[in-house]
Design a protein around this ligand. Structure first.
Ligand SMILES: [Zn+2]
Length: 327
């Protein structure tokens, strides 16, 4: 019974070009070999994500098929077991999509770009001497149909949210402000352990343009130190509170190791998305802002916000990708 189930999983997860008829009619030896080929194909597929839609067009069949045919028996068995595990992981993911109440299965992001795009300041968002300062931008230049989820501040520390994002494998990036985070550093440590990058959103969430260069430096560089001390790594990304900054902000940020200043092109709430652009739409590479908030701050929970965000994103044909993969 287990054997049969495995075969079906392999077939279901195979690239579209795989001839299903042949698989079912093939004699046993050929079948085993074909499954090894499938396992190789699946292994390539998982690098891109987990759904069958991943991977380049037509990229799986020819060359990898030939490689698979040369696989020796123990290797084939290992690949076979790997394919089974992949199938089980995919089943668990599909169950999680249902359990967390997502309207649709999220689309799989393409593989991270081999060459990272050049990020410049968004026109109109530059300061004097911008060329030598970290760029402020709202969208990553890419033609991939991906958007990036970024979550700010750190007020709400909802364990359900951590579980949901882990089970659904939705990537996101956090921008933390110490006056909120310090009430429970452990929550964000667990987040980091799940592979989330923790970035700088200042110590006290002040309106930076009203502060002197030295005070801004304390706010930004102080948070760099907190994140290094608590989580082991100085961030590369910084986001000014309210998205407000001046030249001193970028100078101060650069002086303590900040490489880029991502703002956002849309904002997610529990019931809607708000957009920066006149077309009220998402675009490839858009950065989406939301906040660690709970029922005290908005009408719902973090999982409610994720459901709303994912529905809009998936309906519009976008996948959620990891911001750090593009920067
Ligand atoms: Zn904020």
């Amino acid at each position: 019974m287990r054997q049969v189930r495995q075969k079906h999983k392999s077939v279901m997860n195979a690239p579209r070009s795989t001839p299903r008829r042949v698989l079912f009619r093939a004699p046993r030896r050929t079948l085993r070999r074909t499954r090894a080929v499938l396992a190789v194909s699946l292994a390539a597929g998982v690098a891109a994500g987990c759904a069958a839609s991943g991977g380049g067009p037509g990229g799986h069949s020819g060359a990898q098929g030939a490689a698979g045919a040369r696989v020796e028996a123990p290797a084939a068995r290992a690949l076979d077991a790997y394919a089974t595990r992949l199938g089980e992981a995919h089943t668990a993911w599909t169950a999680a999509v249902r359990r967390w109440g997502l309207a649709k299965r999220p689309l799989t992001a393409p593989p991270p770009p081999a060459v990272k795009p050049h990020i410049g300041a968004r026109p109109g968002f530059e300061v004097r001497g911008q060329k030598h300062l970290p760029p402020v931008f709202t969208t990553v230049p890419t033609t991939d149909r991906v958007v990036f989820l970024t979550i700010d501040d750190g007020a709400e520390k909802d364990p359900e949210f951590l579980r949901m994002m882990t089970e659904l494998r939705i990537p996101y990036t956090a921008f933390l402000s110490d006056f909120l985070v310090k009430k429970d550093y452990g929550y964000f440590e667990r987040m980091r352990d799940k592979g989330v990058t923790l970035n700088n959103h200042t110590l006290n969430h002040r309106f930076l343009p009203a502060l002197s260069y030295e005070s801004q430096r304390r706010e930004i560089c102080g948070m760099q130190d907190v994140i290094r001390d608590q989580y082991g790594k100085r961030p590369r990304l910084f986001r000014p509170p309210y998205g407000d900054y001046n030249r001193d902000t970028l100078r101060a940020a650069k002086s303590c190791g900040v490489k880029a200043v991502p703002l956002w092109n849309a904002e997610a709430f529990t019931d809607r998305l708000d957009y920066r652009e006149w077309d009220r739409d998402l675009h490839p590479g858009d950065i989406v802002l939301t906040h660690f908030q709970g029922r005290g701050q908005w009408k719902g929970t973090m999982p409610d916000m994720v459901r709303t965000f994912m529905k809009v994103v998936t309906d519009k044909g976008f996948a959620v990708a990891r911001l750090e993969d593009y920067l």
